[in-house]
Design a protein around this ligand. Sequence first.
Ligand SMILES: Nc1ncnc2c1ncn2[C@@H]1O[C@H](COP(=O)(O)OP(=O)(O)OP(=O)(O)O)[C@@H](O)[C@H]1O
Ligand SMILES: [Mg+2]
Length: 472
Amino acid sequence: MTALGKLVRTTAFKLTLFYLTVFALFAVLLLGYFAWNTRRLITEQITETVDAEITGLSEQYRQGGIRRLVLIVDNRSRRPGSSLYLVTTSSGEGLAGNVGSLAPGVLDKAGWTETAYRRLDESEDAEHQALARVFQLPGGFRLLVGRDLEERERLHDIIVSAGRWSIAIVVVLGLSGGFFVTRRVLRRIDAMTGTTQRIMRGDLTGRLPIAGTGDEIDRLAGNLNTMLERIEALMHGLKEVSDNIAHDLKTPLTRLRNRCEEALRTARGEADYRAALETTIEESDRLIQTFNALLMIARTESGQGREEMTEFDAAEIARDVGELYEPLADEKGMSLKVEAPAPARLTGNRDLVSQALANLVDNAIKYARRDENGVANGEIVVAARDEGSGIELAVSDRGPGIPAGDRGRVVERFVRLEKSRSEPGSGLGLSLAAAVAHLHGGELTFEDNEPGLRAVITLPRTGPQPAPQLAS
Ligand SMILES: Nc1ncnc2c1ncn2[C@@H]1O[C@H](COP(=O)(O)OP(=O)(O)OP(=O)(O)O)[C@@H](O)[C@H]1O
Ligand SMILES: [Mg+2]
């Protein structure tokens, strides 16, 4: 498509054409009305003065006869101006006046006519238009009084030419304005098309240009960019999950397979097969657990679970989780204390928040059995507090803690610190806790408990933030 063709097809240009037509039509109507009205006014004025003059002259005729009329008409005919006078006998023979010739038959009919005429003192070919009234005088004489219409025609011409010019100017200005606006819009749309093509080719980092004018195109581009950011983040998450699954599930699956193969090779009786099968089932269970955890994280990160928001008490959750893990803590020779004196109500997904807190407690029991020097100090505190601006759920232990440099890393999927390898786990517990916090518009942070770790989930009371806000 040529550049001009593209321009002409745009909505902006079509709108310009539409408005241009409307304006031009309006201008024509306005000028037409003006022309018609002035013409009517001038005609009215002429008829009024001619009528008055005829009344005066016929009065003179009544009082002084034809002689007096001829005298007066003769006198008036000599005055310069646009007035026409003619007095004739009943046979049409001129007695006085300044009319040289008239269109044939004008004098035969009494009343108003618009006629071509020539003045007495003018050459043969001069011809004008006049509006005149023929009046039948008693005694067969006829009186014609009229006015030249040149002025009326001149005014008409002026209006017509003004009309032509103004329409021409409206069209020229409108078209060039339309071209200018359309080209500007088109240039921006072209830039956007370029970016979208790049994105379609697979480069998700492309963003639509924003002119900064805050107009509707900018708003649209801004919203599309927000959408692209979200898509990019989701794609990134998806890729990460699949990469991780590929990497981290391959090892246990291979191990599982090798163990089965070895059992087949070396087992000597039913007892051996049974043992091999039991370990296979155990490992499969762990694999299923890991799969489930991965799925839960992926779902949470993609915003699922937003639909099941209810209002609940975080203090109650802290107590429930404390109760659930107390036997396990006891078994490991640790103490678990719950500090949730006052209700801490918030809106959120109760199950996910419970699971996140449980993951933190599970970690504390697993990793804080001994401090850095290997001294047993198993005090764990689960706390829930209403901070006013939000709700804080914290798990503090007295273990080795997480070095400040590793605190950002441990929330990533499958990340386990070297010293924790001896404990069972797949490195997904904190990823889920962080995803749950984000889903609610909150965050998961780690503090030094001096010694030990204090893992804190902060959640806003108002519940989760809706999906990214789009400008409207
Ligand atoms: N309370 C803690 N004290 C010391 N280190 C911790 C603590 N909590 C977590 N960590 C470290 O962070 C790592 C990641 O924890 P995360 O809960 O994500 O995984 P995991 O506990 O190893 O496995 P999973 O929770 O999936 O069973 C742990 O492997 C551990 O090295
Ligand atoms: Mg864990």
